[in-house]
Design a protein around this ligand. Structure first.
Ligand code: NAD
Length: 476
């Protein structure tokens, strides 16, 4: 981003908060209390690797403790810095309030290029970072619960959980100190895909309202919609995969670090993902056309643009050229405040980050509850449910035979109907419900208030009012 008048990511979040908070009548001082980041801890620690001591810098910001624990991912990237972590922590506060997960907002980061280190080196670094955070309760099942973000995943979460458990040998709830763990280390089914799945559910919900679709100048359903995705990492890959495989969307371009692939007949997401895995990038992919300056593809004609990589990619320099009538912010902060204004003026509908990518924290919430209850969801009721459904089917078949009705239930229906809900089905159901309910809360404000022009403003209003109510209940 080169434009000097472009606000920073943190300023962008503040500008968006300020736009919304103007419309709420808050008691004196409460606006500032909600706005500010409560605390940011910076740590510099050394790890002996490759024969010398390397010093790393990490952060954990706690934006709001109106509910505890506070929650938010840990990012491993060279661009990590205090302002970014604080902006992301603020977004977490608003996101948790919007999707009604009982957490305050936090975020962490380590300035590191994970690709530069071997797995065992990364483990040492992650464990040491965890140690630094845990000894200050910045990782703690009831105080502060991290999760994966850019550059981190199940593997890092497992190291963190194990490190915390080693430091707290008698804590029966130790596993609840981080979420996004692998299943065999206390994770939950459906967490890895959760943010991308949430993006899919968000779009499905949007497309249930013809009025909202019309606001974006579109019609019809998700089927056949042309989608451009930036970032084929955890969030982007899952969103692209589900939208193309389950909703009939055509992913016409994928933008990655080293360029973009464009193919109007639709990209095979699994094949491209495998190619990236083998070759380290999209270049050389044998189908479609390759665009070296991938960010140009943000400006291509499509129906839905899904920025799912990093912040600030749609800015003052390119916003006016972005043609997608609907943008869903799968990444955090992909649209700067300046670009947001340009896009709104053009009538682009933006499904905002604090809603769009809340699937991750929602399923993290389920994982945390699972860890605290020490039992897998569905374990008690699955077989009981199946027995009830079997009874009903047997009774229907008996009636049909007795009365000579000749009814025959298809084997496929029977199999589906009889299957009791296991953990994955329950997680998906809980996530779908959360995404629907939150969207409905936003759209109510969007449609009912004349002074609310867009979904982002509506999302902020819903969440700020909930946070304010929580502070008021505490007597602040
Ligand atoms: P990830 O590291 O798995 O994937 C990021 C992808 O973006 C990678 O494929 C990377 O190569 C690509 N990328 C990086 N720089 C790029 C560039 N300049 N142009 C194009 N592509 C680029 O990260 P992730 O977990 O998928 O997170 C992506 C975004 O989603 C971040 O903004 C993150 O904060 C947000 N998010 C993630 C989660 C989660 O559960 N993982 C939850 C909520 C929000």
């Amino acid at each position: 981003m080169t434009n000097p008048s472009e606000p920073s990511f943190r300023d962008s979040v503040e500008i968006m908060f300020s736009r919304a908070v103007k419309l709420i009548d808050l008691p004196d001082g409460l606006e500032e209390k909600i706005r500010v980041c409560n605390a940011t801890y910076t740590v510099r620690f050394g790890v002996r690797l490759r024969g010398k001591i390397h010093t790393f810098t990490g952060y954990r910001a706690v934006h709001s403790e109106h509910m505890e624990p506070v929650k938010g991912g840990i990012r491993f990237a060279m661009a990590v810095h205090q302002d970014e972590v604080e902006a992301l922590a603020a977004l977490m506060t608003f996101k948790c309030a919007l999707v009604e997960t009982p957490f305050g907002g936090s975020k962490g980061g380590l300035r590191i290029d994970p690709n530069e280190w071997e797995e065992h080196e990364l483990e040492q670094i992650t464990r040491r970072f965890t140690y630094e955070l845990a000894k200050r309760d910045l990782i703690h099942p009831s105080q502060n619960v991290p999760a994966p973000d850019m550059g981190t995943g199940e593997r890092e979460m497992a190291w963190m959980a194990d490190q915390y458990a080693r430091m707290n040998t008698t804590d029966i709830n130790a596993r609840a100190c981080v979420t996004g763990k692998p299943i065999n280390a206390g994770g939950i089914q459906g967490r890895t895909e959760a943010t991308g799945r949430g993006v899919q559910y968000a779009l499905q919900e949007f497309f249930r309202y013809p009025e909202d679709i019309a606001k974006a100048g579109m019609e019809g359903t998700l089927k056949g919609k042309r989608v451009i995705v930036q970032g084929l990492g955890n969030v982007g890959y899952h969103a692209a995969k589900f939208l193309s495989e389950e909703d009939g969307c055509l992913v016409t371009a994928v933008i990655e670090r080293d360029g973009a692939i464009h193919d109007e007949s639709g990209i095979d997401i699994e094949a491209l993902r495998a190619w990236i895995g083998d070759h380290g990038g999209v270049s050389g992919y044998p189908k479609g056309s390759y665009i070296q300056d991938g960010s140009n593809a943000l400006e291509y004609e499509c129906d839905i643009l899904v920025p799912a990589a990093l912040e600030g990619v749609i800015h003052l320099g390119n916003a006016k050229n972005v043609k997608a009538p609907l943008i869903i912010e799968a990444a955090n902060g992909p649209i700067t405040a300046g670009a947001d204004e340009i896009l709104r003026a053009k009538g682009t509908v933006i499904i905002p980050d604090l809603y769009a990518n809340a699937g991750g924290v929602t399923v993290s919430y389920f994982e945390w509850v699972k860890n605290l209850s020490h039992i897998r969801f569905g374990r008690m009721e699955k077989r009981q449910e199946e027995a009830q459904h079997r009874l009903l089917i047997e009774e229907l078949e008996r009636l049909s035979a007795d009365k000579g009705l000749g009814w025959e239930l298809s084997p496929d229906f029977k199999a589906k109907f009889m299957r009791g809900a296991g953990e994955l089905e329950l997680v998906r159901s809980g996530l779908d419900d959360t995404m629907r309910t939150a969207y409905q809360a936003m759209r109510k404000v969007w449609h009912e208030r004349d002074d609310v022009e867009d979904l982002r403003m509506a999302a902020y209003l819903v969440s700020i009012e909930r946070i304010a109510a929580s502070y008021r209940a505490k007597g602040l």
